[in-house]
Design a protein around this ligand. Sequence first.
Ligand SMILES: [Zn+2]
Length: 553
Amino acid sequence: MEQEDVKHWADQIAEEVIARVENDPKLKKLVEKNGYFVYDEKTPSGTIHIGSGRGWVIHDAIAKALRDKGVEARFVLSSDDMDPLDKPSKELSAEDNIRYMGVPFRYIPSPYPGFSSFGDYFFRQVTDVFPQFGIQAELESTGEEYEKGTFNKTIKIALDNADKIQKIYSDLYGDEVAAATKLPFNVKCPQCNRIATTVALEWDSKKEAIYFECRDDVVKWAKGCGHKAWISPYNGNGKFPWKVEWAAKWPSKGVIVETAGKDHFTKGGSRTIACRIAVDVFDYPPPYPSVGYATGPGYEFFTVGGKKMSTSKGQGVGFAESVKFAPAPMLRYMLVRSRPNSVIDFQAYGTNDLILLYERYDTAEKIYFGKEDLGEKENIKQKRIYELSQVGKIPKRMPPQVSLVHAATLVQIFSDFDGCIDSLKESGHIYADATKEEIGYVKDRLAFAKHWVEEFADENYKFTVQQKLQDVVLTESQKSSLRLLAERLKKGKWTEQTLFEEFYKICRDEVKIDPKDFFKAAYLVILNKEKGPKLAPFLITLRQRAISLLEQV
Ligand SMILES: [Zn+2]
C-alpha cells in the first residue's frame, strides 16, 4: 500500500513543514523557542465572509496535525485592526462615516454595545462561533502588537532599507507605482487619529524619528487635519502598508505557516511582494506554502448557500451566518475532507447536498468505530478525516445515527422532539441506555432537519399526515389492498423488512394489484400526495394514525 495516497492533506503539510524546519538552522532555533507558529490574519472591516472561514479551519487542522506529530504548535489569528476604514460602512451613521474615514478600526467606536471598537465588534462576530467549529485559535490584535513594540525592530529595518523595498515595487509594478518612491510606513496622526491621510517624508535613522504630514491630497476619500511633525514610528504610532506588513509580521512573530486565499497568490500579487520583502529585506524564509520567492498555492474559494443566496443578496454568506445552511461540525467536516486546492460551492436550496453531507459524515464515523469497512486504504483516510473533523473530544462509542431524511420525516410526524426520540428508541436508532449527550446529539439533528424541511428541502421531502381521509379517488383493488394493509398493521410487530415483504404478498398474491398503484394509494390516503417517505418504516412509525386513516377507505 502506498502510504502517500492515504495521507490526509493536513498531515502531508505538517510533515513538509517539519522537514523544512529541520533543514533550516535559523527556523529550527526559532521553533525551539516558540514552537510551530501557525498564523492567519483578517481585517475587521465588516461582515467576514465564509471564504475566510476555510482558512481558519485549514490553519487549525495543520496546527492539530503538527501536534499529532508530537511537536508544539499553535494557531494564532490576528485582527488587522490598525487598517483604516476606507469605504463607508452601513453600520455607521453618515456623520460617523465622514468622521472616521481613514481611522484604524480599533479607534472607531463599536456600532453595538459590549465591544471595545468597530474592529472588535466584527472580529468577535466570527471568533465567538469558533468553538462551534472546533477552531482552536489564540486571538490577537495587530494594533496591540504594534503598541507592544512587537514590530519595532522590523519597522527600523524596513525604514533603513526603504530603497530596497521601493526597488521591489518598481521591479514588479514599474517606477510609476506610488510605493516605488514612498517610505514604507504610515504614521497615525496623533491629532486626528487618521492613518490614511498621512504621508511619511523623511526617516532619521539615528534619531529613529519619521517626519510626516497629515494632508488632504493623500487619498481622495478622507481629509487630513494639516498636522505635521517628527514622531517615533514605534509602539503603535503607525503601521506598515499592507504588503510590507505581511512580510514584516513573519520575522516579528516567527511565523512558520501562513496560507491565504488564492486571490492573494496571483502572479505579482500581495504574496509575491511579501515573499520578496521577507527574503531581501528581513532575511526571513517566508512561511509555508511559500519557498523563497515562490509563493506556492493559496487555498480555493468556498461559498455556501447557493445561487439563491448570491442573487438575492449580491454577495456570499458571512462566516457566522453559515451555520444556518449547515451545522458547524458538518461545515468543518466538509472543509477537512476537501483538499485546500479544490473549489467548494455548497448549495443548500433544493439540492441533495445536505443529505449527502450527513451521509458521508456518518459513513466516516461508522468506519472510525469499526462498523463499516471500505477497504484498508479508504478506512485509513476516512478515520483521519473523522478525527480532524471533530469539534470536541471523540465520544467513546458511536453516537446514534439518524439520517437527515429520517430525522426530517420524524419532525413532520411528531409535534415535538420527545415524540421523535421515543420513536427512535423504539426503532432501535437510539441505544436503550443512551446518555444525555447522545440524546442531545440526536436532538441537534432533529432541530436541523426541521430547519432543512422548512428552508431548503425539495417538495418531495415535505408532507403533512392527514387528520381524516380526504376526497381521494381510488380503484376497488386499491381500496381492498389498503384494507388488508390496515389489518396486517394492527396485528403483530413488523420490522422494515418483514413489512416490506408483506406489501408484495398483498399486491402479488392476494389482491393482484401493481405495487406502484398500491404505494400511490397508501400515500394518497395518508398524506394526500402521490409520493412520500419510504413506506415501510413510515408506517411503522405512524402506526395508529396510519391504521385509522387506512380503515376509513
Ligand atoms: Zn491629522
